[in-house]
Ligand binder design. Structure first.
Ligand SMILES: Nc1ncnc2c1ncn2[C@@H]1O[C@H](COP(=O)(O)OP(=O)(O)OP(=O)(O)O)[C@@H](O)[C@H]1O
Length: 916
């Protein structure tokens, strides 16, 4: 982003003096009375907004009840009723979602206009529908995120309003058109500039200097971080929007659930969220720069600005692992958006969950684009020639199924260019036609052998002699005429095909229903599901050799596995590719009919559940006036009546349909996707309306990427827009100084993002003997967890240590109870696993438990208050992209970082302070 000059500005906090504050960038208002007055004013406004919202809810609930109770016999009227019901249900969901923190900002414009900013727009019906509250996504709200002292955009004052439920708790004001910079910033780094353009020009030496400076600061004054000299070359003060509110948010404990940042979006983030780029937008940025957050807010923005299109097609968000999806799944519903499918790559193929672990080599091989050829060859390999000819007896004839029949039939089927299953009918038709011809030819041959002059005795056997007889007048005919006419008719008959169309049809029918022939055809050109193809391929050395002659023996051995072991994440793109090569299995149409029946039943049950929503009401403000559906109808009848409505959301329908194409696709941690995974994702979005976020410095997957241009070239050439995020909102500067060394180790001239704050905690290291590792680690976990005051702690371990150290959690988690997330059990977004298959216990706990043990892969995208990294040397060694993995591990904490090692500490971590 462009470099901004440091603005002159002042800010007023309307905080009562006795409340703790994190950032004192703004000047306190001296009179507590003023603060109280202002707060009372905002309280009145918030109360009025909630009353308006309650009114909307009551109207929507009544409208829904009325629509659902209407008993329209005509299909047209029913469709109309359903549309009305859906609209009201949608409104209810939206209203319920935005109640928490409904209003969060106010703009006082220089011309006297005042705008309140919130999660949804509210209009005043009594004042010509003037806006009472402006949706944060509306253009009129934009200055809230962009205005600075240097570029006030007509804003005189920006106010951040913090609320809890219906109560205003805190105000932070920034005056943008007058005043001067405050000083004495607590925890805020005073730095020189933000900007992708500038950032990309930084040299490795400059980056190293910055890290040195940061570390020098930390090392020099660990005890007084708040007032420490700040390192140079980092975040420029004044470029942050709403510093007090922002830093207050960042200082809060992590809950295991990502929250929306709608009140504190920064200008470089806002530009990306509202980008009007129609095609592919790539957002690259270091750890903690808000890539995930920005991507989610972009989804909400697009759902707002392109609602009609996206509501129909839905939005797909792809994340790196199930725990990550749980971590982010509340963000969009909290913004009132629900038409979104969340999925990992492993779960994106309907009906399977790709979660089994596998070797790095196997995953890497499966991710290569060469697997397209392997799968194509595997499919062709299933289109076989008979080993030995098969004799089939039908009617009075014998047919012989051999290569002379199968080779041309196979060629004809392949020539159609159709996928395997769809070309199969052509193969079957050709085989049966050829066998029919074969039998007919045999008849012909046997007829040719008949001596016509001898026919007279038995000419009645031949066709068309009846006609000859009819043409003769019995009374007049003499024997010679008779014989001559019969002879002529018989000769004509003999030159006709022996079997007429009906005979041939009979023969074909006999052949088609012959079980031996059916079994033979199944062997020669079987109907295949993608699962069949992959299972058989990986279970058979010979089949693997035939399909993948270019792989090394070791690579083929890595792919080899017995059937029934479950699917891995890298299998899903292969299944998807196989589905393209195979086409639909016609047998599935029958299964689909059965499934449809079941689904109708489920929908009926679901419709009954809608009654609950209607009758739930607002617990804070119960409204006795609203007519509840339950007052008039019982759930059974209601469910029956609505059995014909497809109540599935767009996201749910999309999750079950492999061929669904989305209106927009967001890929998070996109650097991890393999070439095969990209093919699958691109199939889901032919319009290429995509937001791709990632960090090539964090690539851990051996099949992942180090270049966006390389990944995207096959799909869009160079037609994509690249944006960079440069400020780290998560990790304190002390930790980033260490992580920056590891990044530099990758030797690609990459630059770590600049931290927005310092944590005041010095990262440490501790060597322990192997025998002491577990007890020592358990104690460290307990100490560090206590030190982070009930926050969340992760122990990040090498894969090879995971099993051994997983037990630590039991003892350490005795602290605060698992945080959970009361009141948000139903997120409204759909996870592909939830839509298609059942979940497994424990798998998702990384998002919730107060202490967790994770591998780097599992920790991707997550964040914790404190992190202990175990055996960094082994993390480096375990993968070809070990440096990327270590970088990820070190950048998960917000505040505390420790490193415990048995093996030698990698030199790159030398600057960590030894723990006493
Ligand atoms: N403008 C903001 N206001 C408040 N918090 C923010 C803001 N931007 C980012 N954050 C917070 O910073 C943290 C890191 O954000 P996020 O996880 O989106 O970063 P990321 O770039 O995806 O990180 P990584 O690549 O390491 O996974 C989150 O807690 C997020 O809520």
């Amino acid at each position: 982003m462009s470099k901004e000059t440091v603005p002159a500005r002042s800010a007023d906090s309307l905080e009562p003096r006795d409340e703790p504050r994190v950032n004192h960038n703004e000047t306190r208002v001296d009179q507590k009375a003023d603060a109280d007055d202002e707060r009372a004013l905002e309280q009145r406004y918030l109360t009025m907004l909630h009353e308006r919202l309650d009114g909307l809810r009551a109207t929507a609930a009544a409208g829904l009840a009325e629509a659902l109770l209407r008993d329209d016999p005509e299909p047209g009227a029913r469709a109309d009723r359903d549309a009305v019901a859906a609209r009201h249900a949608d409104q209810l969901t939206r209203v319920d979602a935005v109640r928490d923190r409904l209003m969060f900002g106010r703009l006082d414009l220089a011309d006297g206009e005042r705008r309140y900013i919130g999660r949804m727009g509210l209009l005043d019906p009594d004042a010509d529908y003037d806006p009472l509250l402006i949706d944060w996504r509306a253009p009129a709200a934009r200055p809230f995120y962009l205005a600075t002292g240097a570029t006030p955009l007509g804003v005189a004052r920006r106010r951040h309003i913090r609320t809890v439920g219906r109560r205003v708790t805190h105000l932070d004001d920034e005056t943008l058109d007058t005043g001067a910079l405050g000083d004495g910033v607590l925890g805020l780094l005073t730095l020189d500039g933000l900007g992708a353009a500038e950032d990309t020009e930084d040299t490795a030496e400059e980056a190293a200097e910055d890290r040195e400076a940061a570390w020098a600061t930390v090392a020099a004054s660990p005890a007084s971080p708040a007032t420490a000299q700040t390192p140079s070359g980092e975040v420029a003060r004044g470029t942050l929007v709403g510093e007090a509110a922002l830093l207050n948010t960042l200082a809060a404990h992590r809950t295991g659930r990502m929250r929306d940042i709608v009140a504190t979006i920064q200008s470089e983030q806002d530009r990306i969220i509202r980008s009007d780029q129609d095609g592919i937008l790539v957002v690259d940025g270091g750890p903690g720069t808000g890539k995930t957050t920005v991507a989610l807010h972009r989804a909400a923005f697009l759902l707002y600005s392109r609602r009609e299109h996206l509501a129909r097609r839905g939005v797909l968000i792809i994340g790196p692992n199930p725990a990550f999806l749980r971590y982010i799944e509340h963000v969009l519903p909290s913004l009132g958006e629900t038409g979104v499918l969340l999925s990992t790559i492993g779960d994106l193929f309907p009906g399977i969950r790709g979660r089994q672990p596998e070797s790095t080599l196997a995953a890497a091989v499966k991710g290569r684009s060469a697997m397209v050829d392997v799968l194509t060859a595997a499919v062709r390999d299933r289109q076989r020639l008979p080993d030995i000819p098969l004799e089939i007896t039908v009617a009075d004839g014998v047919a012989r199924l051999d290569e002379t029949i199968v080779v041309p039939a196979r060629a004809a089927a392949r020539l159609t260019g159709r996928p395997h299953n769809l070309a199969r009918p052509v193969f079957v038709r050709e085989v049966i036609a050829a066998l029919t011809r074969q039998i007919a030819d045999r008849y012909e041959t046997s007829i040719d052998e008949v001596d016509i002059p001898d026919f007279v005795d038995d000419f009645m056997l031949w066709p068309d002699t009846d006609a000859a007889r009819d043409n003769l007048d019995d009374s007049e005919a003499n024997d010679a005429d008779w014989a001559s006419a019969a002879r002529a008719a018989a000769t004509a008959a003999a030159s006709q095909p022996v079997l007429d169309a009906a005979d041939l049809a009979d023969l074909r029918r006999d052949l088609s229903s012959d079980p031996r022939l059916a079994a033979a055809i199944d062997g020669l050109w079987p109907l295949l599901t993608p699962q069949d193809l992959l299972t058989d391929l990986f279970a058979d050395d010979d089949a693997l050799r035939r399909a993948a002659p270019d792989l090394t023996a070791a690579e083929r051995a890595a792919l080899r596995r017995e059937p029934g072991g479950g699917w891995t994440p890298a299998d899903a793109p292969l299944l998807d590719e196989a589905a393209e090569l195979l086409g639909d299995d016609p047998r599935l149409a029958i299964d689909a009919a059965v499934a449809e029946q079941l689904e109708r039943r489920e929908r009926a049950e679901y419709a009954g559940g809608v009654l609950d929503i209607l009758s739930r009401g607002d617990t804070e403000d119960p409204d006795g006036e609203v007519l509840m559906a339950t007052d008039l109808i019982d759930a059974d009848r209601f469910g029956e009546r609505h059995a014909e409505i497809d109540t599935r959301s767009t996201a749910e329908r999309a999750a079950a349909d492999r061929g669904w194409t989305f209106g927009h696709v967001i890929v998070d941690e996109a650097q991890e996707l393999s070439a095969m995974a990209w093919r699958m994702v691109m199939r889901r979005c032919p319009s290429r309306s995509m937001t791709i976020v990632g960090d090539v410095a964090q690539t851990g997957d051996a099949a992942g990427t180090s270049s966006w241009a390389r990944v995207l070239a096959p799909y869009v050439g160079t037609r994509f827009v690249l944006e960079r995020l440069t400020v780290n909102y998560r990790t304190g500067a002390e930790i980033m100084a260490v992580a920056g060394d590891v990044l530099a180790m990758q030797g690609r001239g990459l630059r770590a993002p600049r931290s927005v704050r310092r944590s005041g905690h010095v990262p440490w290291r501790l060597a322990v003997p192997e025998a002491d590792l577990e007890p020592r680690l358990a104690r460290l976990v307990a100490d560090e967890h206590a030190a982070c005051g009930g926050g969340r702690l992760a122990v990040i371990v090498p894969t090879s240590r995971r099993e051994q150290l997983a037990g630590l959690v039991g003892s350490a988690a005795a602290g605060p109870a698992a945080s959970g997330d009361p009141g948000t059990a139903e997120t409204g977004t759909t996870r592909a696993d939830a839509a298609g298959t059942a979940g497994t216990a424990g798998e998702d706990s990384a998002a919730e438990d107060p202490v967790v043990v994770l591998t780097v892969r599992e920790a991707k995208g997550l964040e914790f208050d404190a992190v202990i990294v175990v055996e960094p040397e082994r993390i480096l060694a375990e993968s070809p992209r070990g440096a990327g993995d270590l970088y990820v591990a070190l950048t998960r904490p917000t505040n505390q970082l420790g490193v415990v090692h048995v093996e030698e500490l990698p030199a790159v971590l030398d600057r960590l302070r030894p723990r006493g």
